[in-house]
Design a protein around this ligand. Structure first.
Ligand code: T4K
Length: 370
């Protein structure tokens, strides 16, 4: 049997490069709590991403929890059901009621046209997701937020390095939250960050991720432990050295998939937008059973028999899970596009070490399976 191919694999820098950092950490005996690599990574990342202020976190989910705390979000928040479940869980853990709005057909992001009718007296914020790293219609979302006095917190877990018209999409909204999990294009094993627009907000976020401590004897708020340690930060510094090469390799794979699948009826793709610099974090294909001849699940199961482990990101919809299914906004009538996309999507393997011959094999297997 051939070697297993997974949907993604973390990029790991050469071990000897990492050992240099580890030796330093061992010698200094400073392993967490705002260590020197942590300080350096915050600075280098902010510069690389083109953002003003960045706070590192132990993972993206804690960063989402803290972002909501930082802006004192309460009541109801309008969000998308087409995401990883952590998006909605972060609301639930803050005692906020999620209100699901449908997504758009072209990009699978929260549809701005579906937001207004869901705003109530309890609504305080909108939490969109730049799904697969495709930018949301941020200007339209901001217009609505401004009219109704709502905050906007972007779950930007997939959007590392993405730019629109030369500007980081992480600068949209009130806050943006990144994930640096092993499966992301930039990883610190586990990790995450919040991008904030000003020093004051960053300061509040930094207190909140450190139990609320402002100094040894002063606790300014109900904080949590969301700190990134030095071993993670060192990994981040190394990833940053290789990030351009990582993105270039992903780009080549995405382009080859596009070429190989072109003109195959029933296979649909998210088309690249003008003026966007992508990170090629995922490669979703949407399989229309009537036109392709096989359903998404048939393709998914067949690929497993070939030792190729694709993933159905995002199926089931978050609104289908027991915690959320009884919300009125979770009804299928409200989420028609999301239901279709969730039943059609298959994310194909994409990661820097995936060879072009493997990409060709994956595409051929799918095409021949019709
Ligand atoms: N918001 C959004 C929109 C997100 O997508 C996520 C995370 C979050 C928030 C929360 O951020 P974090 O708290 O995670 O920082 C994965 C990831 O665990 C999750 O981080 C990610 N989204 C989500 C989309 O995917 P699973 O359950 O699919 O992961 P798993 O363990 O099945 O891994 C997927 C594939 O990656 C495997 O087939 C093998 C490969 N893999 C995985 C790991 C962990 C490796 O090769 N090496 C590894 O170490 O959720």
């Amino acid at each position: 049997m051939s070697e297993k191919i997974l949907v993604t694999q973390p990029y790991l820098p050469p071990l000897d490069e990492y050992e240099v950092y580890l030796k330093d950490i061992w010698e200094s005996k400073w392993i967490t709590n705002n260590g020197k690599f942590h300080v350096q990574l915050e600075k280098e990342l902010a510069a690389y991403l083109g953002v003003r202020h960045l706070s590192l976190f132990s993972n993206g989910t804690i960063a989402l929890l803290v972002a909501l705390q930082a802006l004192r979000i309460r009541g109801e928040v309008i969000t998308t059901p087409y995401s990883f479940v952590a998006t909605t869980h972060s609301l639930y853990w803050n005692n906020i009621t999620p209100v699901f709005a449908d997504i758009d057909t072209d990009f699978c992001n929260l549809d701005p046209d579906k937001i207004e009718s869901l705003i109530s007296n309890e609504t305080t914020a909108i939490m969109p997701v730049h799904v697969y790293g495709n930018p949301c219609k941020a200007d339209k979302i901001q217009e609505i937020a401004d009219v109704y006095g709502l905050k906007v917190i972007y779950d930007a877990a997939h959007a590392f390095g993405v730019k629109y018209k030369g500007e980081s999409i992480l600068n949209y909204g009130d806050l943006s939250v990144l994930s640096f999990h092993a499966t992301k294009i930039f990883n610190t094993f586990e990790g995450g960050a919040i991008i904030s627009p000003d020093k004051k907000t960053k300061k509040r976020i930094d207190y909140l991720k450190n139990f609320g401590f402002a100094d040894e004897v002063t606790v300014v708020g109900p904080g949590i432990n969301g700190k990134m340690n030095e071993v993670q930060a060192a990994m981040g510094l190394l990833q940053l050295k290789h990030i351009n090469e990582i993105i270039q390799k992903r780009k080549k794979i995405a382009e080859l998939y596009f070429d190989l699948f072109s003109g195959i009826p029933g296979l649909n793709f998210i088309q690249p937008m003008d003026n966007v610099e992508y990170n090629y974090a995922y490669f979703p294909v949407f399989i229309n059973k009537e036109k392709f001849g096989k359903s998404r699940d048939e393709v998914y199961e067949y690929m497993k028999t070939q030792d190729i482990y694709t993933r159905r990101y995002f199926y089931p919809l978050i609104s289908k899970f027991p915690t959320y299914k009884d919300l009125s906004s979770a009804s299928s009538r409200n989420l028609k596009v999301a239901e279709i996309k969730s039943n059609e999507v298959l994310c194909l393997p994409i990661y820097p070490d995936l060879e072009m011959s493997q990409v060709k094999r994956i595409a051929q297997l799918i095409i021949n399976f019709r």
